[in-house]
Design a protein around this ligand. Structure first.
Ligand code: SF4
Length: 441
């Protein structure tokens, strides 16, 4: 059984409220942290090996150490709660059921970074959660954990919740900052990076909800102890939101030493494939990461088990592996049509493109149109190559990672499931009523 750090108290009734959270050890890590220096906290976060839980997996301590500290210029912590990646809903769970864990993590992180005004930018569709967060902020303030001169330390901190307008692109950190400033959420060209010029051109750290919540157990047990959990550079625990054709969809906390097979089939986690069907493929890190067929998902090319961690999932690069990403684990059974699935994703990215750069604006539209054609049985063999060519021209040629996120699923689908694309081209009539999965399994 995986060790629980973030969700260990999630089962306690009323844990959403300050009183219950406090009775169960809440804000003890904050009390401990506020007796430390900001540099000591930074060293603990670095020692923990925590990697950003939003998708990129960049070391959090290193990110914090890049924060510029010009004299007299305010700094900010912004929590990225714009969780819009299809298949990912673990931050929603944290905010809905354990809001004080996030607030406590923000207090410690704000103190470390020198942010007296910090923000939570939350996706518009999570319409009921800002009230939960604002209630938790008020409770923390009433108890002296936010506001002026917190616990007599002289440190002041206010937290504000900002609702997004429902645009996926605002999950990209610079688009998020633009939106937070009241402008259209267009990504900025980097450099300068937010650590130097972020919110209102001030040094800013933007971190995912889960990353900031993880700071609480890091301070609680120490960075060195946190680093002992997991394996290699995949330290600590990771929240996985599991969905698709499985028996037990939900949010699970894993310690990154378990195998993918165990995660899918054990009763503790996904409980196996629905209706006893066979596993066909999986997208292990949210819709932007490459899809992996079952044979490579359960074992590496060397026949070793594949593990639920950053290194093992990426092993072999995109040709064989994929990425841990945001931890949005989408499972597809034998009946699913890869072409239809890829088309759905292409439609999504086309819809969400902000339109600033040509390869993304035009390319995502072309990919969607071609996939739609193939899926309907109206495609030609050359269309598959054209699709491949378009995704190659998008990847690496755009302002922000949305372009790559749109290209990778198409590339991986063609690479691993080209026979399905060809089946649609060769069977135009069957394509109207069936799919490759139903026809072949
Ligand atoms: Fe906008 Fe797409 Fe360019 Fe990102 S890659 S800036 S979403 S057009």
């Amino acid at each position: 059984m995986s060790k629980k750090l973030l969700l260990k108290n999630a089962h306690i009734e009323g844990i959403r409220y300050f009183e219950t959270y406090r009775k169960n050890g809440g804000y003890e890590a904050a009390e401990k942290a506020l007796k430390m220096t900001p540099d000591e906290i930074l060293e603990e976060v670095k020692a923990s090996g925590l990697r950003g839980r939003g998708g990129a997996g960049f070391p959090t301590g290193m990110k914090w150490s890049f924060l510029a500290k010009p004299e007299g210029v305010p700094r900010h912590l912004v929590v990225n709660a714009d969780e819009s990646e299809p298949g990912t809903f673990k931050d929603r769970y944290l905010m809905e059921f354990l809001p004080h864990l996030l607030i406590e993590g923000m207090l410690i992180s704000s103190y470390c970074l020198g942010s007296n005004v910090s923000y939570i930018y939350i996706r518009g569709e999570y319409s009921w959660i800002p009230d939960i967060l604002e209630e938790a902020i008020e409770e923390a303030k009433a108890a002296g954990f936010l506001g002026k001169n917190i616990l007599g330390t002289g440190f002041d901190c206010e937290i504000y919740v900002q609702r997004g307008g429902g645009a996926y692109i605002c999950g990209e950190e610079t688009a998020l900052l633009e939106s937070l400033e009241g402008k259209r959420g267009n990504p900025r060209l980097k450099p300068p990076f937010p650590a130097v010029k972020g919110l209102w051109e001030r040094p800013t750290v933007v971190n995912n909800v889960e990353s900031i919540a993880a700071v609480v157990p890091i301070i609680d047990i120490t960075g060195a102890e946190y680093a002992k959990i997991g394996v290699g550079r995949s330290t600590g625990t990771k929240l996985i939101s599991a969905c698709g054709n499985i028996n037990k969809p939900g949010v699970y906390e894993i310690d990154m030493t378990i195998t993918v097979e165990e995660f899918i089939y054990s009763e503790e986690y996904c409980g196996g494939i629905k209706d006893g069907k066979r596993l066909k493929a999986c997208i292990p890190g949210g819709s932007s990461v490459p899809i992996v067929p079952a044979n490579l998902l359960l074992k590496t090319v060397n026949g070793e088990p594949r593990y639920m961690n950053y290194e093992s999932l990426a092993d072999g690069g995109f040709a064989t592996g994929t990425m841990m990403g945001s931890g949005g684990f989408i499972v597809l059974d034998e009946d699913q049509c890869i072409v239809e699935h890829t088309m759905t994703l292409a439609r999504f990215y086309n819809h969400e493109s902000c339109g600033q750069c040509t390869p993304c604006r035009e390319g995502t539209g072309w990919m969607y149109k071609i996939l739609k054609k193939i899926e309907k049985g109206e495609g030609k063999m050359e269309d598959i190559d054209l699709l491949w060519d378009i995704q190659r021209k998008i990847e690496g040629n755009t302002i922000c990672p949305l372009g790559d996120a749109a290209a990778w699923p198409v590339a991986a689908a063609i690479r691993h499931f080209r026979d399905e694309f060809e089946w649609h081209v060769k069977n135009p009539e069957l394509s109207q009523t069936q799919n490759y999965g139903l026809a072949h399994y």
